[in-house]
Design a protein around this ligand. Structure first.
Ligand code: TYD
Ligand code: MG
Length: 456
């Protein structure tokens, strides 16, 4: 037999290299390339006889197709993020930093589902059954009929799942502990994780079980990260949050059965995660309305509006190269706004350090936040506090124009609901709701904004 060929696989993104390199060209991570034997349980192997399939006509399928059958947890923040509940026969990956609360969330989901009469198996590869039970007790879930198993060997897990009555939903916590006889590398490596996940997904598809996989986000590259299996599963959700803050956000990044821009908001407390039905009120709860450099952004995440404070501090620098420190927003967008402020408004920040923070550890991905960021920057530089009852939204282009964004009505309605009586928004915004008492200040370009703040 030919000598087994090994490959060099990036543990972060799964890219294959034919020699060892220090930096993965595909994802840019350093020291994540490890040598592995890729012959890991994929496909049939020698001697397998090919089976002929029979394609069916698309038209013959019409009529009896319904919505994907879903398992609702009743935890509405979780159901919203999954697009209406877990789908039978599908695999969902829930990724996140270690300690962020993935196991807590899933134990609560398991308990809720079990109370609704579903059969749930929670497979823990990280903690012993006693430990998982202890957590369940803390979460008030110890009296439910969730079945626990502490296994890491994929073949054993599959045997456990096949025994007795078929489960409705299986939780695998976590994929990094999986190992399979089909692959030869060490547990936690790309080959092992892939082979294990593939076998579990196959089980899910064959039996109609919903499979929930937990994956830790890893930085050091010794174990494979969730990105390796992102393309294998039907939906990917990330559980995010700041250790210093209590709330957590479940963000959908891929969903074959639903929308991908939804978020679910939770608050971590002494007895587990609590749903936050009004995130805006939470994000704005610690506002200091009188200080310069703070602007409230009226954002929209998926189907829901979220108001959050953007904080900027602009201070003269003592360094040769001024500092740009950003938490919760994109650094290249900040660079762009600084450049536009300089080029079109004469606002020079080359001799200033710029710090930008989204309050409460929240992360904004919408370009609509441009206007709020620019307002916070100008307000801090000028030392002028912005009106406390005003919200900001709009996209800024390189020409300095302020562009309309989607969901104007939704943003304005949420602002009104939370007591904001004014809004600065792009000129030519459509779908403005009628009858709101909100004072609207429409601007067409960034210089208009600077003039507005300077005059306030
Ligand atoms: P955990 O769910 O174990 O995180 P993960 O599975 O993502 O690694 O949660 C870990 C953190 O959550 C831990 O620091 C303790 C905290 N926690 C609470 O604050 N309240 C609770 O009720 C529970 C169960 C955990
Ligand atoms: Mg855990």
């Amino acid at each position: 037999m030919a000598k087994a060929r090994t490959q060099f696989i990036c543990q972060s993104c799964g890219a294959v290299h034919n020699r060892w390199v220090g930096k993965c060209e595909s994802c840019g991570e350093w020291n994540t390339i490890f040598e592995e034997d890729p012959t890991g349980g994929i496909g049939g192997g020698p001697g397998r006889v090919a089976k002929k399939g029979r394609p069916v006509a698309l038209t013959s399928l019409s009529g009896d197709i319904e919505e994907a059958p879903r398992i609702e947890t009743g935890i509405s923040e979780l159901d919203r993020a999954t697009g209406g509940g877990f789908v039978r026969g599908s695999a969902v990956l829930i990724g996140g930093d270690p300690g962020i609360g993935k196991s807590t969330l899933l134990m609560q989901a398991a308990a809720a589902l079990s109370r609704r009469g579903h059969r749930i198996i929670y497979v823990s590869g990280e903690e012993a059954v006693a430990q998982v039970r202890l957590r369940a007790q803390r979460l008030g879930a110890a009296d439910t009929s969730v079945a626990l198993a502490a296994e890491t060997h994929v073949e054993d897990i599959l045997a456990t799942l096949a025994e007795g009555k078929r489960p409705d939903l299986v939780i695998i916590d976590s994929i990094q502990t999986l190992w399979s006889d089909m692959a030869e590398s060490a547990p936690g490596t790309v080959t092992q994780v892939r082979a294990g996940v593939q076998a579990l997904i196959r089980f899910a598809k064959q039996t109609g079980t919903a499979m929930v996989l937990v994956g830790h986000v890893t930085k050091d590259g010794q174990i494979a990260g969730p990105r390796v299996v992102e393309h294998m599963v039907d939906a990917v959700l990330y559980f995010e949050g700041d250790r210093g803050h209590h709330y957590r956000i479940l963000r959908t990044v891929k969903n074959r059965f639903g929308p991908t821009d939804e978020i679910g908001v939770f608050e971590m407390g002494g007895s587990g995660l609590r749903e936050v039905t009004n995130p805006s009120a939470l994000f704005l709860s610690e506002r200091n309305e009188k200080s310069p450099g703070a602007a409230v952004f009226a954002g929209v995440e998926g189907t829901r509006p979220v108001l959050v404070e953007v904080q900027a501090l602009v201070a003269p620098t003592s360094l040769g190269t001024p500092r740009r420190a950003i938490v919760g927003w994109d650094s290249s967008r900040l660079a762009m706004i600084l450049a536009v402020l300089e080029a079109h408004c004469g606002v020079r920040l080359g001799q200033h350090d710029v710090y930008l923070n989204i309050a409460g550890g929240y992360r904004i991905s919408e370009p609509a936040a441009d206007l709020a960021v620019a307002s916070a920057l100008v307000s801090s530089l000028a030392g002028l506090a912005l009106p406390a009852d005003c919200v900001y939204f709009g996209e800024i282009s390189l020409s300095g124009a302020v562009r309309p964004v989607a969901h104007t009505a939704q943003r304005l309605k949420e602002a009104d609901k939370l007591g904001f009586s004014a809004a600065v928004l792009p000129e030519a915004s459509v779908e403005k709701p009628k009858g709101l008492p909100t004072r609207l200040k429409e601007i067409g370009s960034l210089p208009d904004l600077v003039a507005l703040i300077a005059g306030s």
